[in-house]
Design a protein around this ligand. Structure first.
Ligand SMILES: [Mg+2]
Length: 302
């Protein structure tokens, strides 16, 4: 797609933001088959599908090739950095693209500072946690279910550090408070807790929407899909949202009036959410009962 279209489109341009693990990708198998038809349709419509994930830049690059999302930007490491294809980068504001054709914008803080402060708080409060960088490759493979090459890519962090918490809730609160004093944040993902700079998926999505509006000259209509607590800020930063049923018992309750909750998990829930917001009603009216109910409730709510 090009962002410098000469004539304004009849309807506003659309952007789709999506979490990966447990959303577009199955939590266990990392399969995305059920979402394939929708990805094809959105590509044909020129609607960018923008991964917003806790994954690293190194993990996303092969994935976006496989998913056919190379024309779209991405947000890595829970909002810590943005990867911008040429059509999304700004000649004056961004450094020139690297060999992969992407301009990388750091929206958080450097990983070196995060690791330094984690060491300080562990020492000072005597905390029990294991960071991803401290895990052996074998332990990381066992804990995440990733294949070894992918696990290696997951360890190439630039702006956030995942960790496994092995201590009490009280100490977690003290840890969080200490990090906040350093200008750092602690957010919960599907498998790990993540320590990042003062940025999150929501701030990164808002930044990208502003970037789009500045380049294109019109505000996009935005949709986001996610399954975890670290997706809440993203789900609140868009016009319409889908909470995908998670493989966890955590309550995901974004402050979002235009919200659909899927019955299915992972990529099937992703497709269900797209059906709800963008699907044509089937000729025989055979949407799922829940979607129809929600749909009519939504319509009545105006
Ligand atoms: Mg997730």
């Amino acid at each position: 797609m090009t962002l410098s279209a000469a004539s304004p489109p009849a309807c506003p341009p659309r952007l789709v933001f999506t979490d990966l693990d447990g959303s577009l990708l199955d939590h266990h198998s990392y399969d995305w088959g059920p979402a394939r038809p929708w990805l094809g349709r959105l590509k044909a419509e020129g609607v960018p599908v923008i991964p917003v994930t806790s994954k690293t830049r190194s993990e996303i690059l092969p994935l976006r090739r496989e998913l056919g999302l190379e024309d779209a930007p991405f947000i890595a490491e829970n909002g810590a950095l943005a990867g911008l294809p040429l059509a999304w980068s700004h000649a004056r504001l961004d450094r020139g693209p690297g060999p992969d054709g992407l301009a990388i914008r750091t929206l958080g803080v450097d990983i070196g500072l995060i690791r330094q402060r984690l060491a300080v708080w562990r020492e000072r409060l005597g905390l029990g946690f294991t960071t991803m960088s401290e895990m052996t490759l074998e332990a990381l493979v066992a804990f995440t279910g990733l294949a070894e090459p992918q696990a290696r890519l997951a360890r190439l962090r630039e702006g956030s550090e995942p960790l496994i918490w092995e201590d009490s809730d009280e100490r977690l609160a003290a840890f969080r408070e200490g990090l906040e004093g350093d200008g750092l944040r602690l957010v919960r993902g599907g498998r790990f807790w993540h320590v990042t700079g003062d940025c999150h998926k929501g701030s990164a999505v808002a930044w990208l929407i502003e970037r789009f509006a500045a380049l294109r000259g019109s505000r996009p209509r935005t949709l986001a899909l996610g399954d975890g607590p670290n997706d809440i800020a993203m789900l609140e930063a868009v016009d319409q949202a889908v909470v995908i049923r998670g493989c966890h018992d955590l309550a995901i309750t974004p402050d979002q009036a235009s919200l659909y909750r899927s019955d299915a998990t992972g990529p099937a829930g992703w497709a269900e959410g797209m059906d709800y917001w963008r699907g044509e009603p089937a000729a025989d009216g055979a949407r799922s009962g829940r979607a129809s109910r929600r749909s009519s409730l939504h319509r009545h709510a105006g």
